[in-house]
Design a protein around this ligand. Sequence first.
Ligand code: UDX
Length: 437
Amino acid sequence: MNITVCGTGYVGLVAAVVFASKGHRVIGLDIDECKISLLRGGASPLFEPGLEELMAKSSCNLEFTADYRKAYESADVIFVAVPTPEKADGSAELSYVMQACDQIAESRERGCIVVVKSTVPPGTNDRIQAYFDDIAGSAPGRRFNVVSNPEFLSQGTALRDMLYPARIVVGVQDDDAADLMRALYQPFDAPVMVMDLRSAELVKYASNDFLALKISYINEIANLCDVVGADIERVAAGMGADPRIGDKFLRAGIGYGGSCFPKDTKALHWLSTCHGHEIKTIKAAIEVNTAQKTMLVAKAKERYGSLAGKRIAVLGLTFKPDTDDLRDAPSLDVVRMLLDEGAQTVLYDPCGMPAFEGRYPASLGVLEYAGDPYEALRDSDMAFILTEWEEFASITADQYRSLMGTPEIYDGRNMYSLDAFRGTSVRYVSIGRPVVE
Ligand code: UDX
């Protein structure tokens, strides 16, 4: 098939590369000329393990352009994978999706299947269908048939998630579209769940929001562990062994970030409220997550009253490991709180520092950027761990001691076992687990 994917962000680029690897002829379209020239040179603008390698292997089936007419004119299927960022009121910004629809209708003589992969609120694809019918007409041969096909990939494991999905959700209006989508996904060896447009749209929000809720729930239980003297690792293991609960997304920490959970929870809450049916559990998940980001600073302040003048190493800035993405990363709030406290901070992240420095320049004089975690830790009073990068896991209690003297670690990701610090004179504070001192 000839496939065009509009948008070369995480969802669009990974989809384009994976469909090309399955033998389709794929054009990736983006308005960003810089991205297109990078992609044409075989480089990925995203930090995603394995992506450049698969791009290289599939290069004979893959081209990139910023010219939408060329990209759209002869496609059999068009995927729309443009961003739907959060608006000030929490709702989803749909203007990029609508602009893509305009350009599709303008570029084509004949209709085709338009698959919306962007995360859009229930009812949006019906509106997009009506919009196409309005601007393009619905005469036979000229009708655009809108399909919903939400994407569930996670950053850092995006290729694996797209190549080996647990399920493929497809919202359609007729059998032709269902047959085409089944044929497209036939090589993926995953169940294709065909349903109506609105249900497919809601599967995406409900799934993301349920996972966000699960994280906020375990974080609240972790905070209760601190009060009653239990250990969240043991509690989560005990809960997760029940297959009705499952052991995934029960890692307590300083809260979720990223491009999806914060935005999608707010969008669903906004939507439900507009329909006069507020989802109170999602509201609670959002509130708990906001509070959770303050937890490490609160623990340090509980001990010292003020953090003014303390030298604090911050290890990890990205919202999770194996990405350079800082969107809604807890580090943005934590570093701001440390600066407000009057602390001197020295930051290190394997991938996130250039973008972080754009927001928090070293010229402020109260923060420094280190070349590696050891440089960040040297002569610091405390270490705050905000992202569980693999390279931090190998730092030993002895190394902390020799770099910091009398180290205090505030671990927002529960990276280490408590045993790693017992009897070492390192003070180790984590989330929902007893303090080791
Ligand atoms: C998420 C969804 O998992 C994915 O299906 C959807 O398509 C996009 O949003 P992503 O944002 O890439 O993917 O990351 P994910 O691995 O889900 O983690 C999101 C955040 O939750 C991170 O900040 C992570 O640290 C946090 N998290 C995750 C926890 O705090 N505890 C957990 O147990 C799991």
